[in-house]
Design a protein around this ligand. Sequence first.
Ligand SMILES: Nc1ncnc2c1ncn2[C@@H]1O[C@H](COP(=O)(O)OP(=O)(O)OP(=O)(O)O)[C@@H](O)[C@H]1O
Ligand SMILES: O=P(O)(O)OC[C@H]1O[C@](O)(CO)[C@@H](O)[C@@H]1O
Ligand SMILES: [Mg+2]
Length: 529
Amino acid sequence: MAVAVKTSGGFCNAQQQWLHSTRDLFLYGYSHSNAKECKSKKTKRPASLRVKATSTKVELDFNDPSWKQKFQEDWDNRFNLPRITDIYDLKPRPTTFSLTKQRTPTGDEDSTPKDMWNGYVSNDDRALMKVIKYSSPTSAGAECIDPDCSWVEQWVHRAGPRKDIYYEPNEVKAAIVTCGGLCPGLNDVIRQVVFTLETYGVKNIVGIPFGFRGFYEKGLKEMPLSRNLVENINLAGGSFLGVSRGGPKTSEIVDSIQARRIDMLFVLGGNGTHAGANAIHDECRKRKLKVSVVAVPKTIDNDIPLMDKTFGFDTAVEEAQRAINSAYIEARSAYHGIGLVKLMGRSSGFIAMHASLSSGQVDVCLIPEVPFALDGEYGVLQHLEQLIKNTGFCVVCVAEAAGQELLQNSGATDASGNAILSDIGVHMQQKIKTHFKGIGVHADIKYIDPTYMVRACRANASDAILCTVLGQNAVHGAFAGFSGITSCICNTHYVYLPVTQVITAPKRVNHKGRMWHRCLTSTGQPDFR
Ligand SMILES: Nc1ncnc2c1ncn2[C@@H]1O[C@H](COP(=O)(O)OP(=O)(O)OP(=O)(O)O)[C@@H](O)[C@H]1O
Ligand SMILES: O=P(O)(O)OC[C@H]1O[C@](O)(CO)[C@@H](O)[C@@H]1O
Ligand SMILES: [Mg+2]
């Protein structure tokens, strides 16, 4: 859901600068420098902030003692999970997802009376999304709603199996589709979705081949799926179903869903896929179809907002640090060796930052969120010169989206409409060569671009567990009658979020947050500007 923020008179001069987007408001709060300015003008502050959502219109005036309550009402409204009962008058039935294989507690383990224990999640259960109480907007990484950084509880819906379900399992046709680029863990999620559907009693499970294209391209047949068939697919990387970018229009996808009589659609993908899932959900509602569309956030880039991480990210970081390790060994073994590694991340530097942190071998980490100069007194090249002089070798890790403003851009896009980036790695390699040649100092540059190697691999242990839980919860969400939701992890708890809330903008590294500062402490790099 798009949320427009309007400001009115005299709130703070810096207001336009710090409310870059609604995402800034809800995810990052005030920027430090501007927040200081706001603080200093506190007494003059009329503090009227209008938060206008497409389905709600909330006026927030921080001088109004009930502003928190208004914020929370708006929050609850935005995070309310869409359900098929919003458009259908349906009676639930008791779930067929049995927990009885587990030994029923005797009652000795805890104080729950034996006959009241059921192991299901209530629709009223919530998880707290934010747990830090920032004392002021100037605290590192502060995410504040009002200028005083007051504590406001932000609850989201807990994921898991419900006691009541809204589908007859033996009548359900469920489909799974994997979209976008590859990501470690896709097969783990497919496998768990199939296992869990079968546990409910679903017999008709199909895979849509090659992303959204599988709904449309002639010759691409849906693939019947079963526990037997998917039992071992998690042992390999990639997607058992295949992936793709681009594809048919939403209306064509929904025509196909209707023609195939699909009741539940599990959509695995990144931010583009989530936008697609949301459009499919909306179109199904418009046509009054009883279809649950449930997404599972997949992307090595970790750029989907509000959640702790997306599956595949941990594995990509682990693979990426192998490349850094090789660059380190090459650089250290060469006379005046410079190891340069370019890592993926379409619009954010999470992989580069985390791989730099985890390897501990990086002297300079460059990400798109933090602009830098290559040339000049404070530029990267000057710093490399110093490192070579002092240590004899160094390692640079650059995110693929970093420094795009230094390069010529073709303006080209891929089939999904994503911008095709210019190659910062090759550019830096050339610049470093030219620089050292120019100053007459020998430098041996070893450039490593692991590209697809960081994602065309099997999920590591932590991703495999995440995939297992997210896949199972996706099925529980569909049976509970939710649609237009995503199954994710927030603040270490497994939750459902409305897809509308995670497609506002890509999540980016907070350059004022602790993680980036930890990375700077680790590399020891200065500001390059
Ligand atoms: N705004 C949108 N509305 C509807 N469909 C979309 C939208 N954006 C992308 N899609 C569709 O979603 C699919 C995947 O999108 P995209 O290629 O951007 O990958 P992604 O899901 O962001 O994953 P990755 O992290 O690998 O980039 C494509 O088939 C594309 O057509
Ligand atoms: O698979 P493609 O189209 O080459 O896309 C590569 C892009 O996909 C990602 O792996 C995931 O979005 C990005 O890190 C990268 O920019
Ligand atoms: Mg994307």
